[in-house]
Write a protein that binds this ligand. Structure first.
Ligand SMILES: Cc1cc2nc3c(=O)[nH]c(=O)nc-3n(C[C@H](O)[C@H](O)[C@H](O)COP(=O)(O)OP(=O)(O)OC[C@H]3O[C@@H](n4cnc5c(N)ncnc54)[C@H](O)[C@@H]3O)c2cc1C
Length: 419
C-alpha cells in the first residue's frame, strides 16, 4: 500500500517508520526544510511514564485564573477572541474533575509505558545515538507538603507498574551530585529509575534518515493545503507542489491537524499550549546533572543532553504564535541558575518556544477518521516524545487490521464521534 504521512515531526516520522516495517511504500510531506522543525525541535527530552499525570485536574482552573494577574504561574491562560480556544477550553475544564483526571492519567500511563517499550525496540534496531540517558528521572519538591501530596498521588502510576522510589534530600544528592548546590532547596524527590531522556530532534532526524534508507520519500518544503475526497475516501492531498496520491493518508500535523479536517467539516479538539525552552552549552568546567528531572513546585524541567543542558517551563493556553523575547525566559533561567549554577554556561542561552498539540484529556487521537483511508496520529500534547513510538505502532497495526497491543479507550477518534 502507498501511504502518505502528513507531517515530519515525531508523530509523522515514527508513523513512517512503522508503516515501512509493515512493507508499505511511504511518502512523508512537510513544509519545513528538515524533519522535527516545529514542536518536536527542542522539547524537554523526557521520556516520562513516571510523569504521565493528566494536566486537566481540579487545581488547574484556579491556577489559570490566578495567571490572569500574576506572571509566575506554571500554567497560564491568555484569553483570545478565537472561538477555537473557547471551545477547547470548555472541553478541557470538563476534564478537570478528580474522576476524569484519574481515568485520563491511567490511560496516559498505559500508552506511555507501551511507547517506551516500543522506543526500546526502535533503538535496538537502529542503534543510532540521540543523547539518550537511561538512568531514571528525578522529580523533586521544594516544600515538604507538596512532596507528601505527590507521594500519595504517585500511587496511581505505581498501580500501572511504574516503579517509584521516595528519596530524601541526601539521597537525591547521592543519586545526582549535579544537584548538590540545590541541597537546601530540595525537600525530597520521587525517583523513577525506568524513566529516561534523549534529544527528540536528533532522534527524529536520524529515524527519518533510516526511513529514507528503507525507501521512504521525504518531500520537504511542501505546504499541505487540503484533502480531496470521493465516496467516503481521500483520493489525494493537495500541496504547493501539486496533488499527492496514495492509498492511505496519515494526519500528523501537530497543532495544525484540525485545519485540514475543518475544511471537510469535522472538528477535532486540539489546541496549542505554548512552552518555552532554553538550551545552554556545558563544558569540562561545568557540572551537569547526571539525570534529567522536574522541579515540581515550579514545573521546571531540566535535562542533560550530551554537552548541553536543556531547561523548559510554562504551559500557556493562548494562540498559535511561537514568538518570544528574552524576558519570557527570565524567571525560568533564574530558577534554574539558583538550582544548578555550575551546570552550564548561562551567559549563552539558545531560546525556543513550541506549541504542544493538546487535547482536553491529554491523550492523543489515533485511529481511522470518517474517511476510510484517512488515519489520525496526532494531539500528543505535552508527552509526544514519550508516546511517539507506541502511538506509531498502534496506528500501523490499525492500518493493517491488526489488533493493537493495548486498549484504545480514550484515543480512538471514531468511538468518540470526532472524526
Ligand atoms: C516546551 C515543550 C516541552 C516538551 N517536553 C516534552 C517532554 O519532555 N517529553 C515529551 O514526551 N514530550 C514533550 N513535549 C511534547 C512534544 O514535543 C510534542 O508532543 C511533539 O513534538 C508533537 O509532535 P508532532 O509530530 O505531533 O507535531 P510537530 O512536531 O509539530 O510536527 C508537525 C509537523 O507538521 C508540519 N506541518 C504542519 N502544518 C503543515 C502544513 N499545512 N503543510 C506542511 N507541513 C505542515 C510541521 O512543519 C511539523 O513538522 C514538549 C513540548 C514543548 C513545547
Amino acid at each position: 500500500m502507498r501511504i502518505a504521512v502528513l507531517g515530519a515531526g515525531l508523530a509523522g516520522i515514527t508513523s513512517a517508520w512503522e508503516c515501512l516495517r509493515d512493507g508499505h511504500d511511504v511518502i512523508v510531506l512537510d513544509r519545513a526544510d528538515t524533519p522535527a522543525d516545529f514542536t518536536s525541535k527542542a522539547n524537554a527530552g523526557l521520556i516520562a511514564p513516571g510523569h504521565a499525570f493528566a494536566w486537566a485536574s481540579p487545581r488547574v482552573p484556579g491556577i489559570m485564573l490566578r495567571s490572569l494577574w500574576t506572571r509566575n504561574q506554571a500554567i497560564r491562560y491568555r484569553p483570545s477572541f478565537d472561538v477555537r480556544q473557547w471551545r477547547w477550553l470548555s472541553q478541557f475544564l470538563r476534564q478537570c474533575t478528580t474522576n476524569r483526571a484519574r481515568i485520563n492519567t491511567l490511560r496516559k500511563a498505559r500508552l506511555c509505558l507501551y511507547s517506551q517499550s516500543r522506543l526500546q525496540l526502535v533503538t535496538d534496531e537502529t542503534a543510532f545515538p540521540y543523547d539518550r540517558n537511561t538512568g531514571g528521572l528525578i522529580y523533586f519538591y521544594r516544600s515538604a507538603q507538596s512532596f507528601e501530596a505527590a507521594a500519595i498521588k504517585s500511587e496511581i502510576l505505581a498501580s500501572q507498574g511504574v516503579r517509584i522510589e521516595s528519596l530524601d534530600r541526601d539521597q537525591v544528592i547521592a543519586r545526582d551530585p549535579g544537584l548538590a548546590d540545590a541541597r537546601d532547596i530540595i525537600s525530597g524527590a520521587l525517583f523513577v529509575p525506568s524513566d529516561e531522556s534523549g534529544d527528540a530532534r536528533l532522534f527524529t532526524h536520524r529515524l527519518a534518515q533510516r526511513c529514507e534508507e528503507r525507501g521512504a520519500q521525504l518531500q520537504m518544503r511542501t505546504e499541505i493545503t487540503g484533502l480531496q475526497t470521493e465516496s467516503g475516501r481521500v483520493t489525494a492531498v493537495t500541496t504547493s507542489q501539486g496533488p499527492v496520491f496514495a492509498d492511505a493518508f496519515v494526519l500528523a500535523l501537530g497543532v495544525f491537524s484540525p485545519n485540514l479536517l475543518h475544511q471537510l467539516g469535522v472538528r477535532i479538539p486540539i489546541y496549542p499550549v505554548k512552552g518555552y525552552s532554553v538550551t545552554l552549552p556545558s563544558g569540562a568546567d561545568h557540572c551537569l546533572p547526571k539525570l534529567g528531572g522536574v522541579d515540581e513546585d515550579n514545573l521546571l524541567a531540566y535535562c542533560p543532553m550530551g554537552s548541553r543542558l536543556r531547561i523548559t517551563a510554562t504551559a500557556e493556553i493562548g494562540n498559535y504564535n511561537t514568538a518570544y523575547t528574552p524576558d519570557d525566559f527570565r524567571i525560568m533561567l533564574s530558577k534554574a541558575q539558583a538550582l544548578m549554577p555550575r551546570a552550564a554556561d548561562f551567559s549563552t542561552p539558545n531560546y525556543w518556544a513550541g506549541l504542544r498539540p493538546m487535547t482536553p484529556t491529554g491523550l492523543p487521537l489515533i485511529g481511522r477518521s470518517r474517511w476510510s483511508n484517512l488515519w489520525l496520529n496526532t494531539g500528543h500534547g505535552h508527552m509526544g516524545w514519550t508516546m511517539s513510538c507506541g502511538s506509531a505502532r498502534i496506528l500501523a497495526d490499525l492500518i493493517i487490521n491488526n489488533q493493537p497491543e493495548i486498549p484504545l479507550e480514550g484515543i480512538d477518534p471514531a468511538t468518540m464521534g470526532m472524526a
